[in-house]
Design a binder for this molecule. Structure first.
Ligand code: 13P
Length: 352
């Protein structure tokens, strides 16, 4: 028997579709605008989201969009709300429910805990009334090979918070995206092997906590990071190695009844994120992976469009073409049908 939430969860990972993560908080959106000289105003954030959500063929590639509190309350240029705009395209509106990270008390300085549980049930009710169908909560796990991070304290606190959030969402009528992100960007220099070991520990804690809190796997989507060496690591990994190790970890720790897996991009290059998704789908078919494997990218979908837009109305078309290209490439990758050749041909069309 399929519940309404299970139907939404399955539709979020329908063949060829993925999720656009556009839930940057005001601070993060401003941080992305600043280097491009885009004024950090509410109007510009609204114009930018309008450009993204009114991209031609939006619903062909995107099953849903994760929104931030400011955005879910805004109107598109058309005068419709963003929620109505997304619904008209066939994509579900989703909402970021965590309130960001802070230092985990009594843990080493780099360890974080995600906040937002207090009063969450009320906020869920409010967003459901506004039309949200799913939600996201991001836990952040930092690796430090020298000092042995993450600690079990950090993994268990974050897993518990993810599971409590998941349960509150399902009770209130939202599909939870469970996002435990093992960081790869910044000053990280850990190896591929360490990344794999930490992903294993992280997912073990997360699924134990989800079971403890009675979260229904068929009514959730997992949003993991790829098993990838730290950005500053001396030894890089091939696309095949990343896909093999990521798939192996998921096959060992993610129950087959989970509705689907939608990866974050985490600071990878745009094409790397596409290549990894494609390869894991190719491998996944061979290994009979039980869940759809797709994308829920933020930066790897948006950055080319933002670079093109630069805050100028005259650049909206070019910016929409840029996100359309990345959306199409990742859609193909989610089917295991992407290639460097298709990427090149698409980029060629883009430059004309
Ligand atoms: P990135 O793909 O840029 O990592 O963002 C996805 C996301 O939703 C992070 O929480």
């Amino acid at each position: 028997m399929s519940s309404p939430l299970a139907s939404v969860a399955r539709a979020m990972v329908a063949p060829g579709k993925g999720i656009l993560a556009a839930d940057e908080s005001t601070g993060t959106a401003n941080k992305r605008f600043a280097p491009l000289g885009i004024a950090e105003t509410e109007e510009n954030r609204q114009k930018y989201r309008d450009l993204l959500f009114t991209m031609p063929d939006f619903g062909t590639f995107f099953s849903g969009v994760i929104l931030y509190d400011e955005t879910i309350r805004q109107n598109a240029r058309s005068g419709k709300t963003f929620v109505q705009t997304l619904e008209a395209s066939g994509a579900f509106p989703g909402i970021k429910l965590d309130t960001g990270v802070e230092h985990l008390a009594l843990a080493p300085a780099d360890e974080k805990i995600t906040g937002g549980l207090d009063g969450l049930a009320k906020r869920v009710d409010e967003y459901v009334k506004m039309g949200a169908k799913f939600a996201k909560w991001r836990a952040v796990i930092t690796i430090d090979e020298k000092t042995g991070l993450p600690t079990d304290a950090c993994l268990s606190a974050n897993a518990h918070a993810l599971a409590r959030y998941g349960a509150i969402c399902q009770r209130g009528g939202l599909v939870p995206i469970i996002e435990p992100e093992v960081l790869m960007d910044g000053a990280m220099s850990h190896s591929l092997e360490t990344s794999e070991a930490v992903h294993r520990r992280t997912l073990r804690f997360v699924f134990d906590a989800l079971v403890d809190q009675n979260v229904n796997f068929g009514e959730m989507v997992l949003k993991p990071s790829y098993v990838i060496p730290g950005q500053k690591a001396t030894s890089k990994a091939s696309v095949r190695e990343v896909a093999e190790r990521t798939l192996a970890v998921l096959m060992d720790y993610v129950p087959a009844s989970v509705a689907g897996i939608a990866f974050l991009s985490g600071g990878q290059g745009n094409e790397d994120a596409t290549a990894h998704l494609n390869e894991i789908n190719v491998l996944g078919k061979g290994h009979h992976a039980p869940w759809p494997l797709t994308f829920s990218y933020g930066r790897a979908l948006q950055q080319p469009a933002l670079n093109m837009w630069k805050g100028q109305d005259g650049n909206v078309d070019a910016a929409q073409k840029a996100i359309h290209h990345r959306a199409r490439m990742n859609s193909l990758a989610s089917l295991g049908q992407w290639s460097a050749q298709v990427e090149k041909e698409g980029a060629l069309v883009l430059s004309h």
